[in-house]
Design a protein around this ligand. Structure first.
Ligand SMILES: *Cc1c(COP(=O)(O)O)cnc(C)c1O
Length: 425
């Protein structure tokens, strides 16, 4: 056995990995004469080389054809959003008509709550996890107020019951049991952004539905990270963004799932716009709204084509490799990161993320032992050496090896840089 802390070992693992890296299909940010070890795909994924091609195609079409670009060629703008539908559906385990690329995450969350958060005097409440991403909390609080209810009593935030600030399935079950009679909606993350904990979405949807509660998921940190089976999970809706693991660029057009059973339910309230209108009669420009079948019926505006273009490049990559193979590689990469930390850095870094692979995605959240100042110093030292993670107050560094472009060698570089800092301080 070679020393797992040696570069030879890391390079051998990369060479022998059943899934060769797709790193050369991305633009890797530079550091000095070399490349960064970039572990921030959970925040902004790297640019696929083909993204430029898809964006330039749109610009060219606009230049050459102007308005005719709506109706000309395979990637005509009239149906452009549908170009990603099949691949996006495969990626999240949904039928093509259950998904749509539109808007941005928080906008989609609001649109979904318009349809699926239907509070009554008896059942006004929403259950989320304590410490949820602020935008999600702002969205649910404002929705509760919008309906005339009081977030003080009607927003239920489930706190952690496990030592590292994670939440057990038993606690979720108890919360749904205890508050079920008052709950209108359970909104749960696929992967919690701060702790990196992954949840059993199917189990949560089942518990929720058994109590007559609607169930929605925020998959911002799960899509492109875990294998998802959204259709089979039975969730009513899900939302996610495409700029994190989906590598589609800053502020990229986001994603939305509506379960098939709601595909053409006329009783659901929704905020409508002309792009959600049934396409065959949309351009008759009649006064009455007839929704498209499925998730596309929730579209409002004609989509920002330039914002969808990079998503095509990314989905081609994901679809070419397959989420199963990517997740398998992700387990190897994150397992290697975990083993290096446990063996050599446990005096410096404490792993917050659950140890069971099925309870996490690629990200490990690492509490720096010794507090905030020490944590910041380590974080700055890493960045200064071309190793990029991200910082979460007060003392956590998140490291997210993305299986499309991160390597065992990147991970070793992280661990050795931490070690060098520790040994020098
Ligand atoms: C990244 C993220 C967001 C960001 O919302 P935008 O509308 O895309 O700005 C919201 N919620 C969660 C859970 C996230 O991880």
């Amino acid at each position: 056995m070679t020393n797992p802390f040696s570069l030879d070992h890391a390079l051998a693992l990369d060479a022998a990995d059943p899934l060769p890296t797709q790193r050369d299909r991305f633009l890797i940010p530079r550091h000095g004469d070399g490349e960064q070890a970039y572990f921030v795909g959970n925040s902004l994924g790297l640019q696929p080389r083909d993204a430029r091609h898809h964006v330039e195609e749109v610009l060219d079409t606009w230049a050459r054809l102007a308005v005719e670009g709506h109706f000309t060629g395979e990637s005509q703008w009239m149906t452009y959003h549908a170009l990603v539908r099949t691949q996006l559906g495969r990626l999240v385990g949904a039928r093509p008509d259950e998904v749509v690329a539109m808007n941005t995450l928080t906008v989609n969350l609001h649109l979904m709550m318009v349809s699926f958060y239907r509070p009554t005097a008896e059942r006004p409440a929403i259950l989320i996890e304590a410490g949820a991403f602020p935008s999600d909390r702002h969205a649910v609080v404002s929705q509760i107020r919008f309906h005339g209810f009081d977030p003080e009593t009607d927003l239920i935030e489930l706190g952690p019951d496990e030592a590292n600030g994670t939440i057990s399935m038993a606690a979720i079950e108890r919360a749904i049991e205890q508050h079920g009679h008052r709950l209108a909606l359970v909104l749960w993350p696929g992967v919690q952004y701060r702790t990196g904990q992954a949840f059993d979405l199917q189990a949560i949807a089942q518990l929720t539905h058994a109590r007559g509660i609607t169930c929605g998921f925020d998959l911002a940190h799960a899509v492109g990270n875990l294998e998802l089976s959204l259709h089979d999970s039975g969730a009513d809706f899900a939302v996610w963004c495409h700029y994190k693991y989906l590598n589609s660029g800053p502020g990229a057009v986001a994603g939305c799932f509506v379960h098939e059973r709601h595909a053409s339910n006329p009783d659901l309230p929704r905020f409508a716009g002309w792009w959600g209108h049934e396409p065959s009669t949309r351009f008759l420009m009649g006064p009455d709204f007839v929704p498209s079948h499925g998730a596309e019926g929730w579209q409002l505006s004609n989509p920002p084509i330039l914002g969808i273009a990079p998503l095509r490049a990314s989905l081609e990559l994901f679809d070419g490799v397959g989420m199963g193979a990517l997740r398998a590689k992700s387990l190897r990469l994150t397992g290697y990161l975990e083993s290096l930390i446990r063996e050599r850095l446990s005096d410096t870094l404490h792993i917050v993320t659950p140890a069971e692979p099925e309870r996490r995605g690629c990200q490990l959240s690492l509490r720096v032992i010794g507090g905030r100042d020490r944590g910041r110093a380590l974080f700055d030292y890493l960045a200064g050496n071309g190793v990029l993670g991200d910082w979460r107050e007060p003392d956590v560094i998140r490291i997210s090896p993305a299986p499309l472009y991160n390597t065992h060698a990147d991970i070793l570089r992280f661990a050795r840089t931490v070690e060098a800092w520790r040994d020098a301080t």
